[in-house]
Ligand binder design. Structure first.
Ligand SMILES: [Zn+2]
Length: 828
């Protein structure tokens, strides 16, 4: 297990828990108390990290409410401080970080289909990308399912939250507050859920230092208390939760002592004494519930911390009585909690695991089942169900003896691969396409296998669901649990990501297709690269590839054989057939592994983006200072440059004059404190005819010191409209003319944004090249600034080459080639 969880499973959805941990007697005691609380609260904001973890912790651990956090997005557009994953991949990482945080603070996690497409300045811009009605329907859906008594928003509808997504999240929450109760809104959901009227919605006002929206006349209460049962204060637990946002670098200190939270009611009757004024959070909510409350009270009164199993008969009686009540939201919720308490109090070990990470379509997987009645409550195993395997037993489990067995199961080709549900369909620019209503809101991928164990305890048959994990022992980390993934028999990798041809220049470039066998494959095989304008294939009648091996096929692509295309996407394909066994592979599998989160796998059709560009280059050798990690060096190589990656060692050692241009990777000045040590050397390089190009660093976090020969500052100014009009301030400047003539066409087809972290307060030696602005904002000239210094050039640019080059945007290539040519160092 990777993370010690201080929670017991009843605060989580059982089947998504990362590793199998058991509650202490203190946790069980708290869980018994919680059985008597029938209240729920839903917090709504836009991103992973927006949520107020201290407030969530207080609700779930002190008030013992069912507590949820709906983050509209998975944080796909944020910064990544731990690797080069961007977009959906970053969303996958941050999804897992958020789930780790929830395992600590005890809240449940939900998402909408909204995609975090990057910064937006106001909700109007946000709603241009998100389909507002669609995302509203998701918020309504989560409310109708979760049925919160109280909704809390992190941000106001009036803009003080800054980011357009923030304001949009508050607008949607407040509209959904009304719409969820209205049967005429989103009636298609009423097949599964009922309209739901939340009692009140409040904005959790904030003091972020620069903006203080709290005031003493607002409704407020203290959430900074200490919980002796847990041995922690809510501020301490909250800090542990928040520090899970590692891709954001959000480690925070633990706070102790009074912590007031303030609220402004935006819908429903404002509270006067308690947030839950006029909400009954007792068993009176449930018809026939008074009896249950008494049973719970007597269980609590007699709870024995040394022998929690003594409560099991009472818990089983509660479980039985709950099942006799008519179906209702709280009955079902409390049945789940009671089952988790029975499991925890009895110390019943129920596990299912594999010793292989992948269940391969067309191959077998062995599942190991282990049960142990560790405190001897006298349980009997009746049934084990997993997929189509259904076995009846009648085995009395002995006290503290492992009962284990294994089954080898065939993984049919029809078993769905383990693809996160939100990536199953091609996404739109502003949201994920999810067709199955029931999946919307779910935080995580569905487990590959779930085992249902049915046990008889105290005369009652009780089903328990357990996710099947991959378990192994690492010599350093010890026992490790990871998810099991269902994978296809073969996957392919097509490389490189970009294949760049220069128009009217004959050239041959190589494309590669790697075939990976996830099981033994043999027979007749075809491997191909394929696009609407170009196909090339290779046939192998004696194909044979052993499990876990791979073969790479190379394809020489001759530009003269290509039609006059602009861009095309070349996909890698593979198929093989032998007797009845036909395997067709075109998906690539991406593995994302970090120590703080469970392994992530997802699948996508791997393509090679072929570009046919009217691109001239000048200069040859480039030194690239590695920053936070970006894909610009690959693009530079495709453009025909020789690229040397420069880490601190090379910067110290190498004679920089050998490079025609030196480019600092994105956020070099944020990640590399040592940049300041090489300032003089780099300026010397420029003075002697070099060409030093610095890509953006974040304004608030510059650690690498001064960047250029003349003064300027990096500001937070940005242009997030990727179609913003661009005015050429100096049409005669070489950067717009040599070796490529830059025109308005070069600013077509950009993605996500134009430019971030502009240069500002410029020394008069700088020349500005472009003027641009977002709708409703003042024009800014800081996206590209160039200064001549000695015989060379210095450039700072916030233009997002790191996004546009991998996306194959032609204008970005042509403009970057011109910046690289500024010093015209080499004569050809
Ligand atoms: Zn945010």
């Amino acid at each position: 297990m990777k993370k010690l969880l201080l929670l017991f499973p009843c605060l989580l959805s059982l089947v998504v828990s990362f590793a199998q941990t058991y509650p202490t007697s203190a946790d069980i005691y708290l869980g018994l108390k919680k059985l008597n609380v029938l209240g729920s609260v839903l917090y709504i904001a836009a991103h992973p990290d927006d949520e107020n973890t201290r407030l969530l912790t207080y609700f779930s651990k002190d008030k013992l409410y069912r507590t949820g956090y709906l983050s509209l997005t998975r944080g796909d557009g944020g910064q990544n401080l731990i690797g080069d994953e961007q977009g959906v991949e970053l969303g996958l990482i941050r999804t897992q970080e958020l789930l780790s945080a929830r395992r600590i603070d005890g809240a449940e996690q939900f998402f909408s289909r909204a995609f975090d497409f990057g910064f937006s300045k106001n909700p109007q811009e946000t709603f241009q990308h998100w389909d507002k009605e669609k995302i509203l329907s998701d918020v309504v859906w989560v409310i109708r399912k979760f049925q919160p008594d109280v909704i809390i928003t992190r941000f106001p509808t009036t803009g003080e939250g800054g980011h357009g997504h923030h304001t949009a999240s508050a607008i949607l929450a407040n509209e959904a507050f009304t719409a969820a109760a209205d049967p005429n809104r989103f009636p298609e959901q009423l097949k599964y859920v009922q309209p739901w009227q939340t009692k009140r919605i409040l904005w959790n006002t904030f003091n972020f230092g620069s903006t203080n929206t709290t005031s003493n006349d607002q409704f407020h209460f203290d959430v900074g208390g200490y919980n002796p049962i847990l041995g922690k204060s809510y501020g301490e637990i909250a800090a542990e939760s928040r520090s899970q946002h590692k891709s954001q670098g959000f480690g925070v200190a633990k706070s102790r002592g009074e912590a007031l939270e303030y609220f402004r009611t935006t819908g429903g009757v404002p509270p006067s004494n308690d947030l839950f004024d006029d909400v009954d959070v007792s068993w009176k909510r449930v018809k026939g519930g008074e009896k249950i409350e008494q049973m719970i009270n007597s269980t609590i009164a007699l709870f024995d911390f040394m022998q929690p199993q003594r409560s099991v008969p009472k818990l089983v009686a509660i479980y039985k009585s709950l099942n006799e009540l008519p179906q209702s939201y709280w009955r079902d919720q409390k049945i789940k909690e009671t089952k988790d308490l029975i499991e925890g109090a009895s110390g019943m070990w129920m596990e299912a695991y594999t010793s292989q990470q992948y269940a391969v379509q067309g191959d077998n997987v062995t599942i190991n089942f282990v049960l142990n009645d560790r405190l001897g409550v006298g349980a009997k195993l009746d049934e084990v169900i997993v997929d189509k395997f259904d076995s009846s037993f009648s085995v009395g489990l002995e006290k503290n003896r492992n009962f284990s067995f294994a089954r080898s199961m065939f993984v049919p080709e029809t078993k769905e691969i383990s693809q996160p549900y939100w990536l199953q369909n091609k996404m739109e620019e502003g949201y994920y396409n999810v067709s199955n209503q029931q999946l919307i809101g779910q935080p995580d991928i569905s487990p590959a296998y779930i085992v249902q164990y049915t046990l008889t305890i105290d005369g009652e048959k009780i089903p328990f669901a357990k996710k099947v994990n991959y378990k192994f022992t690492d010599p350093v980390k010890g026992e490790v649990y990871e998810p099991v993934f269902v994978v296809p028999a073969a996957t392919v990798v097509a490389e490189p990501n970009i294949l760049l041809f220069q128009k009217n220049q004959a050239s041959v470039k190589k494309a590669f297709v790697q075939v990976n066998a996830n099981r033994n494959l043999s027979g007749n095989a075809n491997v191909a690269v394929q696009s609407p304008v170009y196909t090339m294939s290779y046939h192998d009648s004696l194909f044979s590839l052993k499990k876990d091996n791979n073969n790479t096929y190379s394809f020489a692509i001759n530009s003269s054989k290509l039609a006059n295309f602009k861009t095309t996407n070349l996909l890698g394909f593979f198929n093989t057939s032998h007797n009845q066994d036909t395997v067709y592979g075109y998906l690539s599998m991406r593995s994302i592994d970090y120590p703080h989160i469970p392994s992530i796998r997802y699948f996508f059709p791997d393509g090679i983006k072929m570009l046919n560009l009217d691109l001239q280059t000048y200069n040859k050798k480039i030194g690239y200072i590695v920053g936070a990690g970006d894909k610009v060096p690959d693009a530079l190589e495709q453009m025909g440059y020789e690229v040397t990656l420069l880490t601190e060692k090379e910067l110290a050692r190498n004679n920089l004059q050998q490079y025609d241009a030196i480019i600092a990777g994105v956020r070099s000045f944020n990640t590399n404190e040592w940049m300041s040590k090489y300032y003089d050397k780099l300026m010397n390089y420029v003075e002697n005819g070099g060409n030093y190009i610095v890509q953006y660093s974040q304004a608030n976090n510059i650690r690498g010191g001064k960047m250029g020969p003349y003064n300027f500052v990096v500001s937070a100014k940005r242009v997030t409209d990727e179609n913003a009009e661009v005015t050429f301030l100096k049409p005669e400047h070489p950067v717009l003319n040599f070796p490529n003539k830059i025109t308005q066409d070069d600013f077509k087809g950009w993605i996500q944004e134009r430019s971030i972290y502009h240069a500002d307060r410029l020394d008069t030696n700088f020349q500005t090249i472009f003027r641009m602005h977002d709708p409703g904002e003042a024009p800014d000239d800081g996206a590209l600034v160039i200064a001549k210094y000695g015989k060379g050039y210095f450039t700072y640019t916030g233009l997002v080459f790191f996004r546009e080059l991998p996306a194959g945007v032609p204008g970005a290539y042509r403009l970057l080639a011109n910046i690289i040519a500024l010093n015209r160092k080499k004569e050809f």
